[in-house]
Ligand binder design. Structure first.
Ligand SMILES: [Fe+2]
Length: 386
């Protein structure tokens, strides 16, 4: 089997990488960026810093700061209006996954007239304006993927959009931007990264290129996530988590996510649970259910995360994996859907829709053990309280 690997053309990784925007634009022959960000990033002063860099170099720019969490089609149409007013030649994202996914979709929709829902998977968005991503969370990995997740304002469906038009041409990955991330965001985005790496490794579309990256990512997250949460100023932990998040993004973009993400998106879309947190709600139970489809692969994950060692059998390693994931979620105070405030009645009523949306996304088909709609419904019911 041939593995198809897609990456940004330019990856700059390390302290101060975010200060290299003017140089990166010049390198790419771009001169009229639209900056896309959100109110939180604006309040931290980081957008102003970026604007000052561009001003110093005499580069024309405008900003759209209407990014919302769980980016909506409405927010993208607003950003598109700004883009079209000023004839920009590229889009720069500054923020977490929501800002990056918004910027990516604005760029890919620049020349398109149909509603965004027309382009969701299985359709593709294969061209658009160049995108430069500057992530501020160690999390989504969106800076290295050709995926965007957009919530349809009318239907509340979290739509998966894919295509080369959504792949950033450059990513400036600067861990110093994550030093002020609050604890909950650090925990949720860190578990999102862990899911990316773990799902990519056990995916039916895993390949030797993504395997090494996914394992390295899991090792680093297991070692540094708790520290990054406990000690927000710990540069070693922050730097390791940022690299692991980018690696997780590269791994899943080239091997796909599986059942956890497939089931997580509908929870986010219907109940507004943050993306990483809805993954975390599912991580131990879905892993436990899926292990029989690829026991040796899951055992590799347990060993990479140092939850098990070489002398453990695969079976022992996998028991330790599930226990270790449960402990991680407990340590990071991940709620259940019930303790998040979703009533059993609401949850049960939503299950058929969530199961159908999960299946439609295609992600469950990459899982080592492939579920049908009924099994997905049972899994949803099972995670409500544990
Ligand atoms: Fe994710």
């Amino acid at each position: 089997m041939t593995a198809n690997i897609n990456l940004p053309r330019i990856l700059r990784i390390g302290a101060e990488a975010s200060q290299m925007l003017p140089a990166t634009l010049k390198e790419l022959g771009l001169s009229r960026p639209l900056l896309v960000s959100d109110a939180f990033i604006v309040s931290l002063g980081w957008l102003t810093k970026l604007q000052q860099q561009l001003d110093q170099e005499g580069i024309f720019h405008r900003s759209f700061t209407g990014v919302v969490p769980d980016p909506t089609t409405d927010a993208i149409y607003e950003g598109l209006a700004v883009l079209r007013e000023n004839q920009h030649d590229c889009v720069v994202a500054l923020g977490g996954g929501s800002a990056i996914d918004t910027a990516k979709t604005i760029a890919a929709m620049a020349e398109r007239d149909q509603p965004i829902r027309h382009y969701k998977v299985p359709q593709t968005l294969d061209d658009g304006l160049p995108i430069i991503a500057i992530p501020t969370t160690a999390g989504t990995g969106s800076e290295t993927t050709r995926v965007a997740v957009i919530t349809d304002t009318e239907t509340h469906e979290k739509m998966l959009c894919m295509g080369f038009g959504l792949m950033p041409v450059a990513a400036l990955v600067d861990f110093e931007l994550t030093m002020t991330m609050p604890l909950r965001l650090t925990a949720d985005t860190g578990i999102d990264s862990l899911c990316h790496a773990l799902e990519a490794y056990v995916s039916r579309r895993a390949n030797p290129f993504t395997d090494t990256i996914a394992l390295a990512s899991m090792t680093a997250i297991a070692k540094h996530l708790r520290t990054a949460c406990r000690e927000p100023d710990n540069r070693v932990a922050r730097e390791a988590m940022m690299l692991a998040a980018t690696q997780g993004g590269i791994a899943f973009s080239n091997a796909s996510v599986t059942l956890i993400h497939g089931m997580s998106r509908p929870i986010g879309g219907l109940f507004h649970v943050p993306h990483g947190m809805s993954n975390a709600m599912l991580l131990p139970a879905i892993t436990e259910w899926s292990i029989s489809g690829a026991p040796s692969r899951y055992a590799d994950c347990a060993r990479a995360m140092q939850l098990a060692n070489a002398s453990d059998s695969d079976d022992q390693a996998n028991q330790k994996l599930v226990a270790g994931l449960r402990q991680l979620c407990a340590d990071l105070q991940v709620p259940t859907p019930a303790s998040f405030g979703i009533s059993n009645e609401e949850w049960r009523q939503a299950i058929p829709t969530m199961a159908q949306q999960a299946l439609n996304s295609g992600s469950p088909a990459n899982n080592p053990r492939i579920p049908n709609a009924e099994q997905i419904a049972e899994l949803y019911q099972g995670v409500w309280t544990n």
